[in-house]
Design a protein around this ligand. Structure first.
Ligand SMILES: [Zn+2]
Length: 306
C-alpha cells in the first residue's frame, strides 16, 4: 500500500519532530529550539508539569519559572507543546488532573498531543497493552517486566482515560527505522482496536531517539529520498540528551542536518498540524490485521537495532 498526499502550497514533503522531555533543561534545549526557529522548522516539544520523582530521570518542569517562560515563548513562536505525563515517576488521577489544569492555566489550553513516558503507572495503553499482536505482546512482556499502564483502568487510582478521550487527540505509539514515516505506516493517523474507549488517534514516528540515531536518520541521502517520495517524517527524539554540549553549544553535525532540510521545499509544522492534515486526507477504520502487521514491523526493527 502506498500513500500519496499532496502537501499544501506545493510543498514537496513534510517534516516535523516530537521531542520527549526526558533530561531536558532550559540550558540544553534552548540552543536546539532557537536554532530550529531560526531555520523555520517548527515542531512539537513535550513537557512535564511536576519535577521527576523517580531516580531514573532528570529534567525541568513548570516549577522552574525560566523554563516555563521559555515554553511560553516557544508556543508564541508557533511550536506545539505536548504532554509527557505530569512528570517522571508515577502520578495518580488527582495529580495528573492537577497537572493538566496547570498546563491549561499556563499555556492557554489542554494538550492535544500526549506521549507516554517510560514506566509511569498511569500511562495510556502502554507496556504490552500497546500491541495488537499477541506474539509481540508476549515477547515484549518477557523482555521488559510488564508495565502496569493503569491510566485506562476505570477503578484504578491512576485512571485519567476519560480526560484523554475528551481532550487529547493524538498519542504516539510505534517507532520505526527509516525517514519516511508515512511510507512505513501508510495508514497513520488511525484509531486502534481495543483502545477506542479511552483514546482517540494514534500516530507513528521515525527513530531519531538519540543524537547518533537522529544524525543517521537525517543523512542527506535519506532527506533526498523523503523528498523524492513526497513523504512525511515525524522524527522522534530526546533533545535533552547529547544535542548540546556542556558549554551550551549545539552539535555542529545536527546543525548541518537541519540546514540541509531547511534548504528544501518542505512543510515544517508541528506534529499536531501535520496529523490534522493527514487525517483530513483519510480517516482509516481500525483494523486488527493492520495493527498486527505494524506491531511485527516494529518488533523486527527493534531486533535490527539490537
Ligand atoms: Zn520519556
Amino acid at each position: 500500500m502506498k500513500r500519496d498526499i499532496k502537501w499544501p502550497n506545493g510543498y514537496d514533503f513534510a517534516f516535523t519532530i516530537v521531542d520527549d522531555t526526558d533530561g531536558a533543561t532550559l540550558e540544553n534545549i534552548k540552543p536546539v529550539y532557537d536554532y530550529l526557529y531560526e531555520k523555520g522548522i517548527i515542531t512539537t516539544k513535550t513537557c512535564w508539569v511536576f519535577p521527576p520523582r523517580d531516580d531514573v530521570y532528570k529534567g525541568d518542569s513548570f516549577e522552574r519559572k525560566e523554563y516555563l517562560d521559555y515554553l511560553k515563548l516557544l508556543k508564541k513562536r508557533g511550536f506545539e507543546i505536548g504532554f509527557h505525563n505530569a512528570g517522571s515517576g508515577t502520578f495518580n488521577r488527582e495529580e495528573t488532573l492537577e497537572a493538566l489544569e496547570k498546563f491549561k492555566n499556563e499555556l492557554g489550553e489542554y494538550p492535544s498531543l500526549h506521549i507516554n513516558h517510560s514506566n509511569n503507572t498511569e500511562n495510556i495503553y502502554w507496556g504490552g497493552r500497546r500491541f495488537s499482536s499477541k506474539i509481540v505482546k508476549f515477547i515484549y512482556n518477557l523482555r521488559r517486566s510488564e508495565i502496569a499502564s493503569l491510566g485506562t483502568k476505570k477503578n484504578s487510582e491512576y485512571f485519567w482515560g476519560d480526560f484523554v478521550k475528551e481532550n487529547v487527540k493524538y498519542i504516539r505509539n510505534r517507532t520505526f527505522n527509516g525517514i519516511n514515516t508515512l511510507k512505513i505506516d501508510p495508514k497513520f493517523v488511525y484509531r486502534e482496536t481495543g483502545k477506542e474507549e479511552f483514546s482517540n488517534y494514534w500516530f507513528s514516528s521515525s527513530d531519531g531517539m538519540r543524537l547518533s540515531s537522529m544524525l543517521s536518520l537525517l543523512k542527506k541521502e535519506n532527506v533526498d529520498k523523503l523528498i523524492k517520495e513526497n513523504g512525511a517524517c515525524i522524527a522522534y527524539t530526546h533533545f535533552g540528551y547529547e544535542f548540546v554540549d556542556e558549554n551550551g553549544d549545539l552539535n555542529e553535525d545536527f546543525k548541518k542536518a537541519i540546514d540541509y532540510i531547511a534548504s528544501k521545499n518542505g512543510w515544517f509544522v508541528p506534529a499536531g498540524t501535520l496529523l490534522d492534515y493527514i487525517l483530513e486526507d483519510k480517516d482509516y477504520k481500525p483494523s486488527k490485521w493492520y495493527e498486527k502487521n505494524m506491531d511485527i514491523k516494529w518488533f523486527l526493527d527493534r531486533i535490527k537495532k539490537g
